[in-house]
Design a protein around this ligand. Structure first.
Ligand SMILES: [Zn+2]
Length: 356
């Protein structure tokens, strides 16, 4: 038995969404996955500026640390504040003490006349300036030494040219592509559209409706999938290495593990928590630096999937780096003031909500 683990890894996050909780209700109630994107997330990300992003990333990174999560693979979108956005996220994480793999998720959904592309069932026909600027943001950040992948929102909101350009840029830079794949049934064509582009270093997010085998690591986000009613992804039946992500709903990876287990179990009563435990551990393949962090928990069987699966509420008490620095003490961050971060987040959330 042990009360310590290495730092945990969130395999798919959106640090820009930390301010979203409590946002005003959308003008009309979404009735499907596309409606949720159009009514909630695409209104939110279009309203973001860099001050809001900074407050959101600081809050998200601090909350991750408080959950013993010391490495985050982030996917950012914010079509009206692209330039400099990845550095804002990286700086916020650095300030708190968690490591981050950034990506700007390019998309052609906002046309050059600032309207959504008209027919959501057919991909946009041409590369937009927003996608071009998003690729430039990824490229500039990576070439200046930043740790990042090339991001793509999803095949169904991208033209062929944009998908090709993103894959080509990633190849040139020697990194993978971080992309939502077949999250909802509207994106089922993603398998066919990405088949000739994807490589082993891609991070494929969701894959709920993926109709074929694609190379890459699969990020499974059980809470988000349930929340969007997109279906169960059946990650145990995929040939890919699977990691766990939260898709922007915090970074409590023990909680996400419990949800991954119980969602697996709801689909297959013979499922054991060992499978979801392995998905959690696979995060260290992508962010091995977290292995050198030590998290001390308020529970002394935190190394056992059978214990953790049935013990909600396990909390991180302390996080210590290999060099001895304590980043979290008695559950509170040491580098930043949590009260100040919450106050700034509330202030920026008010600004953000007034734009929606
Ligand atoms: Zn996502």
């Amino acid at each position: 038995m042990s009360a310590t683990t290495p730092g945990l890894v969130c395999g798919h996050h959106h640090l820009y969404s930390s301010l979203a909780r409590g946002m005003p209700a959308p003008p009309s109630r979404p009735t499907d996955f596309l409606g949720i994107l159009q009514q909630v997330w695409w209104r939110l990300d279009a309203a973001l500026d860099l001050d809001m992003l900074r407050a959101s990333a600081l809050l998200g990174a601090t909350e991750a640390l408080q959950c013993g999560t010391t490495a985050i693979i982030d996917h950012h979108e914010g079509p009206n504040a692209i330039e400099g956005s990845l550095q804002v996220i990286a700086d916020a994480c650095h300030e708190v003490g968690v490591s981050v793999m950034c990506a700007y998720g390019v998309s052609d959904r906002w046309q050059d006349n600032a309207t959504l592309w008209p027919d959501a069932t057919t991909p946009p026909s041409a590369m937009t300036s927003a996608a071009r600027r998003g690729l430039a943001e990824c490229e500039g950040f990576i070439r200046s030494g930043g740790k990042a992948m090339v991001g793509v929102h999803a095949a169904f909101t991208c033209s062929e040219d944009t998908l090709e350009a993103a894959a080509g840029l990633a190849r040139d830079l020697g990194v993978g592509v971080h992309v939502h794949v077949a999250e909802g049934s509207i994106d089922t064509p993603a398998g066919a559209r990405l088949e000739h582009l994807a490589t082993d270093d891609w991070l494929l997010v969701h894959g709920v409706h993926l109709d074929r085998r694609l190379p890459g690591v699969l990020a499974h986000n059980p809470r988000s999938n349930m929340n969007n009613a997109v279906g169960y992804a059946r990650p145990a039946q995929r040939p890919n290495t699977v990691v766990l992500g939260t898709d922007g709903i915090g970074a409590d990876m023990l909680e996400e593990f419990r949800l991954a287990y119980v969602a697996h179990r709801a689909d297959d009563v013979t499922a054991s928590p060992e499978a979801a435990w392995q998905w959690l551990a696979n995060g260290w393949q992508l962010m091995p630096g977290a292995l050198t962090d030590t998290v001390t928990w308020n529970y002394d069987h935190v190394d056992s999937p059978w214990h953790v699966a049935f013990t909600p509420g396990i909390r991180a008490l302390q996080v210590q780096r290999a060099d001895g620095e304590v980043l979290l003490r008695d559950g509170l961050p040491t580098r930043v003031d949590i009260a100040e971060i919450r106050a700034k987040a509330a202030e920026q959330a008010t600004r953000l909500f007034s734009r929606l």
